[in-house]
Design a protein around this ligand. Structure first.
Ligand code: AMP
Length: 611
């Protein structure tokens, strides 16, 4: 069964749909972030004014503008303003290394980016920096201005304009920009409005970084409907208890997140809410996770789709977790083909490569005509002129009931905690270290929800410290692409035809690295932290000078550490603190400097701690 088709609005732009909504409900709250609230009228007026300033600064139809901003209402205003000025935005995540951002600026040929005072000094590349504070200065509108008394005219312009260029991991060693048009996203939003469905009464908690395309659902879907978006701030994103608190405080009715984030929320003790809608996607939704989510919500949806076909391309409402969970059926104006190696349609039940055609198919990769040609193919099954389909690299099959089942990848692209990673990009970054002769990266799932990225390498000669390799990678790769484990090998296992046999690579030995040059924790706080590191990481012992991340820690495990330490009375500890002070000693010193407060604040006497 396919979903209803609708084409009327596809020549519209996302900002037009939002403006129309602002006309319908100007006084309704559009967005909330921290203690700030923005009504539709204010969002509209502020974004109009910023758009005018952007145009004065040279933004014209088709201009790409970098967005190097913290998550905030200003970010939302800036995004809308770029669209209104006719431009398209390129997310530049402030948490990404400078070198990677610089590459993106150069590759996209950006001449202009919007940043903020806090980040201006670390803004990448050689381009004009516009400060969002200045773009907004003297523009806070207090007086209601007459907006449109009639609906804005449905100008038939802009559906095929670019809306954003999003960089995603590239197998050849460098990230690649996927260029999306307004009509791709408009089709997606209109489809999502029907299923999973949203109304003006909904309140959606937005938790996804702008550099992951699914943020588009969170920011724009509520705004085309008259609903409210609550933007979680940067420090809230990976912190289950803060997310739970935000959901509760704002009485949120919908949240979209990857399975990893749902796990983090569940681990924080989130009990769910009646009527709540859970939208989950970005990687496989395991049955055990679905089973935990189902009793906590009114609806659970499994969403599937690559960046190249606009956010989600299939949707499935999960009603039980008794069998493997399908990825569902194509969304509106979307078609999914399962093709065999010769490009023929695979019969029901027989796996093949998933190809996606229809209104979501992106324009292509920015400035990469060859790659675009390889991945975006003419759609031989479509009668539409110029119809194209995207070759996903995903394996899938149609089940007898017409739903699609996801069956893994045909290449070396992986998902780690929801992030898309081409292992080739990790390998190429590691190979660029002078001591490394060759490297191979892979992933191991040590237990459900704990996927570790592992790098194996052959040395040119001599030795190299793991900390040096890690530091080398941190210069060019985002945190989620840094392997948790590095294993020096004498030789790689090979297949009969001489390729590295990834299946034969040894699993990382967790205990081995924790015994080298052990410094015993000394203070109460050090002992408590070391014990929690040990339990969460599953290692035998933890030296006081060992970094949590060198021992295999990653963001999800970090949230566990923080939750356990908080429960033990270290109430002042936060996720960011662990990232900044990742060794037992440093973290203990940090909490220790306020330990009187920490312990007193928790109402616990030192003696009560059982270390
Ligand atoms: P991205 O471009 O980051 O959205 O990643 C797209 C890829 O994530 C897809 O090609 C799939 O490999 C994977 N993916 C996304 N959603 C799901 C899902 N619900 N189940 C399984 N894999 C998924």
């Amino acid at each position: 069964m396919s979903r209803p088709q609708q084409s009327a609005a596809l020549d519209r732009r996302v900002d037009q749909l939002i403006s129309e909504q602002a006309c319908r409900t100007p006084e309704a709250v559009a967005a909330v972030c921290g203690s700030r609230t923005l009504r539709y009228r204010e969002l509209e007026q502020l974004s109009d004014r910023v758009a005018a300033r952007l145009q004065a600064a040279g933004v014209a139809p088709g201009t790409l503008v970098g967005i190097h901003l913290d998550r905030s209402l200003d970010m939302l205003i800036a995004l809308l303003a770029v669209m209104k000025a006719g431009g398209a935005y390129v997310p530049l995540d402030p948490d990404f290394p400078y070198e990677r951002l610089g590459y993106m600026v150069e590759d996209a040929g950006l001449h202009m980016l919007i940043t903020q005072s806090r980040l201006a000094a670390s803004s990448p590349g050689q381009c004009t920096q516009l400060l969002v504070e200045q773009l907004l200065a003297d523009q806070v509108c207090v007086e209601p201005e007459p907006m449109c008394s009639v609906m804005p005219e449905c100008t038939n312009a802009g559906g095929s304009d670019l809306i954003y260029v999003l960089y995603t991991s590239g197998s050849t060693g460098r990230p690649k920009g996927v260029a999306l048009e307004h009509r791709n996203v408009v089709n997606f939003l209109l489809s999502m409005q029907c299923e999973p469905g949203m109304t003006s009464h909904d309140r959606l908690l937005a938790v996804t970084t702008l550099s992951f395309d699914i943020a588009g659902l969170e920011l724009y879907l509520p705004l085309i409907i008259g609903a409210m978006v609550i933007i979680a701030e940067r420090d809230d994103l990976a912190d289950g208890s803060r997310l739970a608190e935000l959901l509760e405080r704002h009485q949120a009715t919908v949240m979209q997140a990857t399975p990893s984030t749902w796990r983090v929320l569940l681990e924080s003790g989130w009990a769910g809410a009646p009527g709540f809608k859970v939208v989950c996607g970005g990687e496989v939704l395991p049955r055990e996770l679905a089973a935990s989510l189902l009793p906590r919500c009114a609806q659970l949806w499994n969403m599937y789709g690559p960046t190249e076909t606009a956010i989600w391309s299939t949707a499935h409402r999960v009603v039980d977790a008794d069998t493997a969970i399908p990825i569902g059926r194509p969304i509106m104006n979307t078609v999914v083909y399962v093709l065999d190696k010769s490009g023929r349609l695979s019969p029901t039940g027989i796996p093949g490569e998933i190809h996606i055609g229809g209104a979501g198919v992106a324009r292509g990769y920015l400035n990469r005509p060859e790659l675009t040609q390889q991945k975006f193919l003419p759609d031989p099954f479509s009668s539409a002129f110029g119809g194209r389909m995207y070759r996903t690299g995903d394996l899938g099959r149609y089940l007898a009931n017409g739903t699609l089942e996801y069956r893994g990848r045909i290449d070396n692209q992986v998902k780690v905690r929801g992030y898309r990673i081409e292992l080739g990009e990790v390998e190429s970054a590691l190979d660029s270290h002078p001591a490394v002769k060759q490297s191979v990266a892979t992933v191991f799932e040590t237990q459900p929800g704990d996927t570790r990225l592992v790098a194996y390498f052959l040395l040119q000669a001599g030795e190299v410290a793991v900390s040096e390799l890690r530091a080398h990678l941190e210069k060019c790769l985002p945190h989620y692409m840094i392997p948790q484990h590095f294993l020096a090998m004498a030789a790689f296992p090979l297949t009969p035809n001489g390729k590295v046999d990834r299946a034969q690579l040894p699993a990382p030995d967790l205990s081995e690295r924790s015994t080298a040059s052990h410094i015993a924790p000394r203070t109460d706080a050090e002992m408590a932290i070391a014990e929690v590191f040990r339990d969460v990481l599953g290692v035998e012992q933890v030296s006081a000078d060992a970094s949590f991340f060198d021992l295999g820690g990653h963001s999800i495990l970090a949230t566990r550490v923080v939750a356990v330490l908080r429960a033990r009375g270290f109430s002042g500890i936060g996720l960011r603190m662990l990232f900044e002070f990742p060794t037992v000693m440093a973290l203990a010193a940090k909490v220790g400097s306020a330990s009187g407060d920490v312990l007193a604040g928790a109402g616990i006497e030192r003696e009560e701690f059982e270390f």
